[in-house]
Write a protein that binds this ligand. Sequence first.
Ligand code: CTP
Length: 418
Amino acid sequence: MARLLLGVRGGIAAYKALEVVRLATKAGHAVRAIQTPTAQRFVGAASFAALTGAPVLTDEFERDPARGAFPDQDPPAHDPASHLELVRNADAYLIAPASANTIAKLAHGLADNLLTSAALAASCPVLVAPAMNHLMWEHPATQANLALLRERGVIVVPPTTGALATKHEWGTGRLADVADLVAAFEAVVPAGARPWDGLKVLITAGGTREPIDAVRYVGNRSSGRMGFAVAEEAAALGAQVTVIAANVALARHPRVSYLDVETAAQLRDAAVAEFAATDVLVMAAAVADFRPAAAHEGKLKKSGRDELQLVLERTEDVLSGLAATRRADQTLVGFAAEHGAGAVAYGRDKLVRKGLDAVVVNDVSQPGIGFDATDNEVTLVTAAGDEAVPRGTKAEVGRAILAVVDRLRAATEAKAGA
Ligand code: CTP
């Protein structure tokens, strides 16, 4: 079971959106629908309301009688502050049919109605199913807009080819098959139980870069793979996941929100802004401990120099700073990249010194694991003891880390309830 928010734009194909609702609800999903006013000229709201079993919204300023809840949820006791509560509760947002005009608006961030505002506010995966005249579909502007959306992680369910709505017209532009639309939705939503539903997880990933001049930096070899893997595993458990990504060039997951940063200071600012609303923090980023005391303006020239000395200054320890303001109901996980003997002992020291609940220790002196590798092998250090996680993919190691977080949270909840 998952929550599908369906955005219906005006057009002949709007009637097919009813069939999407029928198939999705039959498959056990909870569906809410948003229509544009033009869509209502093609198919009335009463049809969507009857099939979804919930009110249909068109206007940004209209009160939602269900207060943003899906049919499987209890409406909150108070009206939510935002009319965008609906998209916050959705597991995925499918816009079907999407006209060339809507696609153009989405590509350029226009939010002139509830359907487009919801797309701009969506942190869940967004799927767009175009349906239009074949010449509009083939137009370079439409194709460029779709390329832009794809680049940003929007999933485009392409139209099919065949006879179009206008008599004697044939080409590409027919809304994809309804079964394919439901399948595309199911491919991006978490399967099965969602034990972390409602939990807010903040993950830092990658390696910071500290500028020496306009083009050079002091950096490290972290690829961001471990943090991204943890993020995807947490999203699969149903959590609301934000990743602060420091210079990560990896593919992005549609169920995860990303904030890009470059330097340790930017990472700190982003983490501080997010921390109060966070239940679980996993600090996987390799944050610079030192940065050039002053970055040169422009590009440093080599002429006239036999050597160049850089003066480095300490950066702030982000994790310790956050831990100093933590609440007991938050779970904090740090990483310790250690080299050779004594790795676990160093990790244990960090657990205590930084005020954490768990430290993931990896020995980066071992070939094939750690920085920039696809595999990892770690020891999870908590107050209760050490747990060795054998070599495996970063996804497997990510699951082991989250299993420890689960245990820690259960223990904290038991203590709070006692
Ligand atoms: N970390 C941080 N801010 C920094 C440096 C590190 O938040 N400026 C975080 C890392 O993301 C990691 C943990 O702290 O989760 C451990 O980092 P590490 O640099 O190994 O710890 P240190 O205590 O600085 O120890 P060391 O002397 O080994 O560098």
